[in-house]
Design a binder for this molecule. Structure first.
Ligand SMILES: [Zn+2]
Ligand SMILES: [Zn+2]
Length: 330
């Protein structure tokens, strides 16, 4: 089959590789659509610590079950599915507490084992979620990022009427902003690029700006940083009302540091909340996308064939694309 292979950090090949064979409990998915996300940029450069090389990346995907391994119902062949890429051991202390996303042996299809920038990918049958007939593969490939946002919003909590700030208007920021709006929050969005911030207005934000200072809302009950940039997090922290909460959603460099005032955290009862990937949120995300509560069609700006993976990656890296997908469906 054709696949994007990363032999080592910084090197991309679109090449012929062996078809995957399903192990017990697995199915082979014929890939239709795969999203390119910020994590892929880090993986390609070798900046995502859990990723081994060589690897086929690709963790946001949908397709059709082509064959099944031992112990899997053969009736699943032909089913159109979105796939939760999360892999966890089920045995460690965090897994036993129901927090598989914090598993001591956490992995993900496309991040730690071969993924979906390929014609076929082997995945556990249990990770497959049937898509309604009305859902397109392009929408199905958005379920994974939406499920990350659903987990984040559940961790943050939202009450009707809360003033909320989203830092970053990339695809993830625009998904988070939509979910917060649906939850009844009054949402402001900041992005350094004015055109990206403006897209948030179409998706329910009440105001946008290229900096916090440009906004008319002066104090926020909560802020979500989706950029991973410490400067943006500091600006968000500075815009919180007393009693406010900051969610760190964006992926910062492992060595990055954020300066905080312990006195302000104490005196103003500030809460800082992390959120990591997907946890019991995939089926909810699928429903939110299927019913249009989260509009993902508006986020998809570019589609490329597999052979143009490197071009697609560049378009995401340099900001030309909002969301880019690789299309393999015939
Ligand atoms: Zn992703
Ligand atoms: Zn575990």
């Amino acid at each position: 089959m054709r696949a994007v292979l990363l032999p080592r950090p910084g090197q991309i090949e679109v090449t012929e590789v062996d078809d995957p064979t399903p192990r017990d409990g697995e199915v082979i998915v014929e890939v239709a659509r795969v999203g390119i996300c910020g994590t892929d940029l880090h993986i390609v450069k070798g900046e995502f610590p859990p990723t081994p090389f060589p690897i086929i990346p690709g963790h946001e995907f949908a397709g059709t079950i082509a064959s099944v391994g031992a112990g899997v119902d053969a009736g699943l062949v032909g089913q159109r599915v979105a796939v939760d890429p999360s892999l966890f051991c089920g045995k460690c202390a965090q897994c036993r507490r129901g927090r598989g996303n914090l598993c001591a042996d956490w992995g993900a299809i496309g991040d730690t084992v071969d993924g979906a920038f390929a014609q076929y990918v082997a995945v556990p049958a249990a990770n497959c979620y049937r898509m309604p007939d009305s859902m397109t593969f392009a929408q199905g490939a958005f379920v994974e990022p939406v499920s990350c946002a659903v987990h984040g919003v559940r961790r943050l909590g939202v009450e009707a009427g809360e003033r909320m700030l989203v830092m970053g208007a990339g695809p993830m920021g625009l998904i988070v902003a939509q979910l917060l709006t649906a939850g009844g929050a009054v949402v402001s969005v900041v992005d350094r690029v004015a055109a990206k911030a403006a897209a948030a207005l179409e998706l329910g934000a009440v105001e946008v700006g290229t900096s916090v200072e440009e906004l008319s809302t002066r104090r926020f009950d909560a802020a979500v940083d989706v950029t991973g940039a410490p400067a943006a997090m500091a600006a968000a922290l500075g815009a919180l009302d007393r009693g406010g909460r900051l969610q760190v959603f964006g992926v910062a460099a492992a060595e990055a540091r954020l300066e905080v005032s312990p006195f302000e955290i104490y005196n103003d009862e500030i809460t800082i909340i992390g959120t990591m990937a997907v946890l019991h949120s995939f089926d909810a995300a699928l429903d939110l996308v299927a019913r249009g509560v989260v509009n993902v069609d508006a986020l998809l700006s570019h589609t490329y064939p597999l052979e143009e993976f490197a071009t697609a990656l560049d378009a995401v890296a340099n900001g030309a694309a909002l969301k880019a997908q690789i299309a393999l469906e015939s």
